[in-house]
Design a protein around this ligand. Structure first.
Ligand SMILES: [Zn+2]
Length: 187
């Protein structure tokens, strides 16, 4: 006994590829209760579906905010790196030609590389990177003060600007880390 061949284009419910998730546009099966890709409640009430969209938008905003804060922290470190390099070159150019000035330039470029490295690292560990940069900066200022107490007064404006920048970077990094932790708490 031959079953009647199907005439229409109606594939079985689980074979359907026409259905799409309203949230992520992934193909879903007609008997899926929720989207296997993003968890959207396909069979949920309209309240549940609206709540899902609200939570998703919230999550996205937080995620963008976190990335923005990480970027600020990274920028802070790259700015410090650039300032160290520029200041080292300026000092080299205005100093009398001696071996001391070559050493000074080398030291400033080394510090510039260190800050650039921390900037690169801050994309993964923003708090650790920015706090390291702050500690290094304070140690360098202390060394400069021990070397010559007048050093601290000489560049006081640029030092205040750099410190404000660093504190801003630390706050951004801490904010980013807090949001990241929230994501882990409720994924
Ligand atoms: Zn989905």
């Amino acid at each position: 006994m031959n079953p009647e061949p199907r005439t229409g284009d109606s594939p079985g419910p689980t074979m359907s590829t026409d259905l799409e998730c309203a949230s992520c546009d992934s193909p879903v099966a007609a008997d899926d209760i929720e989207c296997p890709h993003c968890g959207y409640p396909l069979k949920g009430s309209s309240e549940a579906q609206e709540k899902f969209f609200r939570d998703r938008d919230n999550w996205l905003l937080n995620f963008q905010d976190m990335n923005r804060k990480v970027r600020i922290a990274t920028q802070t470190l790259y700015v410090l790196s650039g300032l160290s390099a520029i200041w080292g070159i300026v000092l080299y150019c205005i100093s009398p030609a001696n071996t001391q000035r070559a050493f000074t330039l080398f030291a400033y470029l080394l510090v510039a590389c260190m800050y650039a490295g921390l900037g690169w690292w801050s994309k993964k560990r923003p708090v650790a990177a920015v706090v390291s940069a702050l500690v290094i900066y304070i140690i360098l200022q202390m060394l400069a003060f021990i070397d010559d107490p007048d050093n601290l007064i000489r560049g006081v404006i640029s030092r205040v600007i750099i410190l404000v920048y660093l504190v801003k970077g630390v706050r951004a990094a801490v904010g980013a880390e807090r949001i990241r932790r929230n994501f882990h708490a409720n994924p």
